[in-house]
Design a protein around this ligand. Structure first.
Ligand code: SAM
Length: 276
């Protein structure tokens, strides 16, 4: 019988978040390939499963893939899991999957938890999303990537670790339009789960307000960029209404806050309307 590889999603915190099929596949596997064997042993022990484990991480992915191929040749059934969530999503696995596919063995997904999808489902945001995962660790590269992401007409979905959350939020505020909103999901499915949706510019203050907020794991979802064409029309209509009641500078300031358009552009338009 041919060997097979299953990519099995596992919990992102709460050990109860595992599917019946995932447990069946883990019980039937000849070998479980995982990131950290200690971590996966805890999960398997919780469900009374005892299997040989083999570690695959970003530093040994090639070597581990050769071993996986050798086991598949012998007709073995292999389950590949990550430390948390869906393997291959901001986690190792893609290299092994490509090699196994090229070698012609069947590959099956066993779907389940994923932090990004869990956060999206409770964000209240709709529409297309662009999954970024982790931004670069170095400030310059991170800021450069945010600048390229700015033009994407979709929600932006990030993963972030506690030691970089402060810098990342500051860079998002500095690099993206202030009219955007952010949904912050911290410690999903865990004891200290906490989520909030607020204007992007308020995110650093939210983080600082409680030192516990800088702990744990984060998904950040930033709303899509403002529709500049629509904002221009809305801005001009709003400006016309405000100018009926207010002086030019005040009208321009309020219209700029509402639309995200530059205040000096709206000020010039307001002056032109007034014939000044
Ligand atoms: N493969 C995983 C998945 O399917 O979601 C993601 C693995 S990635 C190495 C780890 C990152 O996912 C964390 O740094 C965090 O950004 C996010 N994450 C994982 N578990 C989370 C949780 N319980 N709450 C919030 N974010 C989480």
């Amino acid at each position: 019988m041919s060997g097979s590889l299953s990519l099995v999603a596992t919990p992102i915190g709460n050990l109860a978040d595992i599917t019946l099929r995932a447990l069946d596949v883990l019980r039937a596997a000849d070998l479980v390939v995982c990131e950290d064997t200690r971590h996966t042993r805890i999960l398997l022990a919780h469900y009374g499963i005892d299997k040989p484990l083999m570690s695959l991480h970003q530093h040994n992915e090639r070597q581990a893939t050769l071993k996986i191929l050798a086991e598949l040749e012998k007709g073995k059934h292999i389950a590949l899991v990550a430390d948390a969530g869906t393997p291959g999503i901001s986690d190792p696995g893609a290299y092994a999957v490509s090699a196994v596919r090229r070698a012609g063995f069947p590959i099956t997904p066993i779907p389940g938890p994923n932090a990004a999808i869990a956060a999206l489902s409770i964000s209240g945001f709709t529409g297309p999303f662009h999954f970024v995962g982790f931004l670069p660790a170095k400030a310059k590269s991170r800021q450069a990537e945010i600048a390229t992401l700015k033009a994407i007409p979709a929600l932006l979905v990030f993963y972030e670790a506690p030691h970089r959350i402060k810098e990342t939020l500051a860079d998002l505020v500095a690099g993206l339009e202030s009219v955007r909103e952010i949904f912050i999901a911290r410690e999903l499915t865990k004891r200290f789960e906490e989520c909030t949706r607020l204007p992007l510019t308020e995110a650093p203050r939210w983080l600082e307000a409680d030192e516990n907020r800088q702990r744990g794991e984060f998904v950040l979802i930033v709303s899509a960029p403002p529709d500049h064409k629509k904002a221009r029309c809305d801005g001009e209509r709003l400006l016309a209404l405000l100018l009926e009641e207010l002086p030019v500078s005040q009208a321009a300031r309020i219209a700029a806050k509402f639309t995200g358009e530059a205040k000096h552009d709206l000020y010039a338009k307001a002056l032109a309307r007034k014939g000044g």
